[in-house]
Design a protein. Structure first.
Length: 159
């Protein structure tokens, strides 16, 4: 293969790039997912040329990215539902005469009801966010440990 160069340096650099990708996936928890996107792009570009063991890690990193993306999307949709519910209730209470006079309007939010739908939306947003965060911490940690011990990931790692 092209990665088996003199002294194994090319294969070591491929392995180091996989380590960096796991670091990027872990860092994405703190930087709104941008490092995960970079890690996915690197994994997609390197997976065809990598040795079999490293290829299994790149495929796992791609899977980690897409699972985290779906969890973040679900959390975002839930949060959007919360915002729509709250905004619609606030908008109903702003339909009072004199709303155009910004200095004279006092908005009383004590009449906003917290019903079951709002609680379910809030809970699902929190759940999806927590699951996404845990996934982006635990999955890269597992992959990092397996890569450090020179083992592959999943079924594609078997000879």
């Amino acid at each position: 293969m092209a990665h088996e160069a003199v002294g194994g340096r090319a294969s070591e650099s491929v392995r180091n790039l996989a380590f960096i990708n796991y670091g990027l996936l872990f860092a994405s928890v703190f930087f709104a997912g941008v490092p995960a996107l970079i890690a996915a792009i690197i994994a997609y570009s390197q997976q065809d040329e990598a040795p079999q063991t490293i290829r299994s890690h790149y495929k796992f990193q791609i899977r980690v990215f897409w699972v985290a993306f779906c969890l973040a999307l679900a959390a975002g949709v839930s949060f959007l539902g919360v915002m729509i519910r709250v905004t619609s209730e606030v908008f109903q209470f702003t339909q009072v005469p004199g709303w155009d006079l910004h200095d004279n309007v006092k908005l009383d939010l004590s009449n906003v009801t917290v019903d079951g739908t709002l609680i379910v939306l809030l809970a699902s947003c929190a759940l999806f966010s927590a699951l996404g965060g845990l996934w982006l911490v635990l999955a890269p940690a597992l992959g990092f440990v397996r890569l450090a011990s020179e083992r592959g990931m999943g079924h594609s790692a078997r000879p």
